[in-house]
Design a protein around this ligand. Structure first.
Ligand code: WTA
Length: 674
């Protein structure tokens, strides 16, 4: 019996083995990655120098001396001795050749608003001006942290690149997170500057975003972090979309400040390759999100190399990744990888189905997008709302990506046939915030696709499946997927918590904690997987206390602590339940303090609390008040039993329960509700 409660990986559906589908020849003929021996180049005998290939795609102030410094496992240092700046690689080096080429095309959600075409020259100008504000108005310098809580607008990458230009570590918080969640991340990162926006559009609604900044600053203060400046971008220049007041001396409109810096140029700071570029908070097994710290040189090299080979990006492409820039996919594969490669990217502000199910395909047609990168949740939504829409539009994708969750073979086929019109190759990419870039994917021109499988490890990623004891299970048996070797995109540490870094990712399978050999430190991904005879991995889901809700990672502990804020709640247990549209959603069970009578208002209060403390993405499928939680004799809540009930699966062995009678009570409650 595994030590964890019923996890995502165990509620995985058992898909049958699917057939291989070859990539379309039109794709193969023009692909970036065509060398069938690429895996040999990246074989372990060529490790770590094989990764120089990716670093050589970048422009360095000073070339690195050592590819990998592994003297202090598992704190790997890539390309040491090298000096580099991420913003010059995304901007300066493309000028003047690409001055007139669009770096970004911004598509506002409101269809009647004009598109915004931002050339490489204009992006360069705007990043420099924003960097001048950070340096001169805020007094920031390299190594400082800045939290950015912004929606899907070009000012978000502009803010990120302005930080990168000065060596300031950015920490972007997804705009869907609440002010409270943002405040928690502000405090943990030690940011004294918050960059935000007045508002944005989502689903046709004008959202007030600045009001979250005020909550965030107060929440940070409660945790001991003073935020002294809040920089507010305006969705429409000189027109405010928020009713929240501007606090004198603290809040500044960016467009006002920028007027003073028109035409400013800020020299990019040459940063050591291993200087942190950014933090990205992600959920784990405790209620405290972890700040994954990513390096400048290693990270940028890895996302550039993998974007070139697996997204097949060329300068002449129009590439569209729908992932929010506030998550790792947007960082790696909307901002840093594609800009380093000098391509044109689309940024769309709003909902894929707004105002109708044809919107996405209309954008693709109008802009001539030829690479499309999205997640199964969006694909499911588009399929449901307009299965026949794609054929009404004249666009042609050469490559399409799916990421973030397992994709059901049925949904995969619709993506391939209806969206891709059988002309596009599909790359299913498995990876994580921690990994910086792709871990598994098929090489688009060299390997056949298999619906529902992410494929083999990408070049230089050597995977192994272990059972709970660290043995390699027989072929085709599910287990915990690990990476045997370090790679340049791997996070450096958890911000301010190196012990948690080692405990979370390495402790489980490191046989000798004193070992100085990298091969003794396999990286534990936290995912369950099976590997088929063809070497393709199928990812089953998280084996820890993390729920992947529509591609957003949420920690069960985070959700449970939010429920406990409601004073009537004595105990809370959150489990993951399979959902047709969102993949997985949280399902909440609560028990009440003695003497409190169950009521719908308590259930509503819990759901509201989740939304307030975490964000709308945490809205549960249901909140159920139970007479008691199923508990072990030692008093531990057995989430496994609740998860089985929510997912209509057998509860299994309950002999260990102190109160087995509650199982039937809860089960009949759930059946009644359904
Ligand atoms: C899951 C998103 C199946 C997995 C890039 C992982 C996937 C978690 C896939 C990371 C995929 C990611 N197939 N599952 N192609 N890609 N996952 O940090 O459980 O937001 O551990 O990074 O998403 O989510 P994160």
């Amino acid at each position: 019996m595994p030590v964890f409660d019923l996890a995502e990986a165990q509620i995985a559906v058992h898909w049958k083995e699917e057939d291989h589908i070859p990539p379309p020849s039109s794709f193969v003929e023009q692909a970036n990655l065509t060398d069938p021996d690429v895996d040999k180049r990246f074989a372990l005998e060529n490790f770590p120098e094989c990764f120089n290939e990716y670093a050589e795609m970048l422009t360095w102030f000073k070339r690195w001396e050592k590819t990998l410094d592994d003297s202090n496992p598992p704190f790997w240092k890539w390309f040491t001795g090298g000096l580099i700046n991420a913003s010059t690689n995304c901007l300066d080096r493309h000028l003047p050749a690409k001055a007139e080429q669009a770096a970004f095309i911004f598509v506002p959600e409101i269809e009647s608003e004009p598109l915004e075409r931002i050339t490489y020259q204009e992006l360069y100008n705007r990043v420099n001006e924003a960097a001048a504000v950070l340096r001169d108005v805020c007094g920031l310098q390299s190594g400082d942290r800045v939290t950015i809580h912004m929606p899907q607008v070009p000012e978000l990458p502009i803010s990120m690149l302005a930080c990168a230009r000065l060596g300031i570590i950015h920490s972007v918080v997804f705009s869907g997170f609440s002010g409270h969640a943002c405040g928690q991340r502000l405090a943990d990162s030690g940011s004294r500057v918050l960059i935000t926006m007045d508002g944005y559009y989502r689903g046709g609604e004008a959202i007030d975003h600045k009001e979250k900044a005020d909550i965030a600053v107060s929440a940070a203060k409660l945790s001991g972090q003073i935020v002294d400046k809040v920089l507010v971008w305006r969705r429409h220049r000189d027109r405010t979309k928020s009713s929240a007041p501007m606090i004198d001396g603290r809040d500044f409109f960016m467009d006002d400040l920028l007027k003073r810096y028109a035409g400013a140029r800020v020299a990019a700071v040459p940063m050591p390759a291993e200087a942190p570029l950014f933090l990205m908070y992600t959920s784990g097994t405790t209620d405290k999100p972890k700040g994954c710290q990513h390096s400048t040189g290693g990270y940028l090299a890895y996302v550039t190399g993998t974007a070139k080979y697996f997204l097949d990006i060329k300068e002449t492409d129009v590439y569209w990744c729908t992932a929010d820039i506030g998550w790792i996919t947007g960082h790696s594969y909307t901002v840093y990888g594609p800009l380093a490669l000098g391509t044109t990217s689309v940024i769309y502000e709003g909902m894929p189905t707004y105002p109708d199910a044809g919107r996405v395909w209309r954008i693709a047609e109008r802009l001539g997008a030829n690479i499309f990168h999205t997640a199964p949740t969006a694909i499911r939504m588009l399929r449901k709302s307009g299965p026949d829409e794609p054929k009404k539009y004249d666009y042609h994708f050469k490559l399409m990506v799916t990421f973030g969750e397992p994709i059901e073979p049925e949904v995969w086929r619709w993506y391939y046939e209806a969206v891709g019109k059988k002309e596009a190759v599909i790359v299913d990419t498995w990876w994580q915030t921690e990994s910086g870039g792709f871990l598994c994917a098929t090489k688009p021109a060299l390997q056949p696709m298999k619906p529902g499988s992410a494929g083999p490890g990408v070049p230089g990623i050597h995977l192994v499946i272990y059972d709970e004891e660290g043995n390699v299970p027989p072929a085709q048996k599910a287990g915990n997927v690990c990476v045997r070797n370090p790679w340049p995109g791997i996070m450096q540490t958890i911000w301010r918590d190196p012990d948690r870094f080692v405990a979370t990712y390495y402790k489980k399978y490191c046989k000798d904690p004193r070992s100085k050999q990298w091969c003794d430190w396999p990286y534990f991904t936290g995912d369950g997987a099976v590997c088929s005879d063809d070497g393709y991995f199928r990812i089953l889901g998280r084996i820890d206390d993390v729920i992947n809700v529509a591609g957003h990672r949420l920690g069960t502990k985070e959700l449970e602590s939010a429920c406990l804020v409601v004073t009537d709640v004595a105990e809370a247990a959150v489990v993951s339940v399979a959902d047709d549209a969102r993949g997985r959603v949280p399902d909440v069970y609560i028990s009440l303090k003695p003497g409190i009578v169950a009521s719908e208002s308590i259930e509503r209060a819990v759901a509201d609390q989740l939304e307030m403390l975490i964000g709308k993405i945490a809205r549960p499928k249901s909140v159920r008040i139970v007479p008691d939680m199923p508990k072990t004799r030692s008093g531990k809540i057995m989430r496994r039993v609740l998860a089985a009930i929510s997912n209509e699966m057998p509860v299994g062995d309950t002999t260990n329960l102190a109160n087995p009678e509650v199982v039937e009570q809860i089960r009949s409650m759930v059946r009644r509700d359904d």
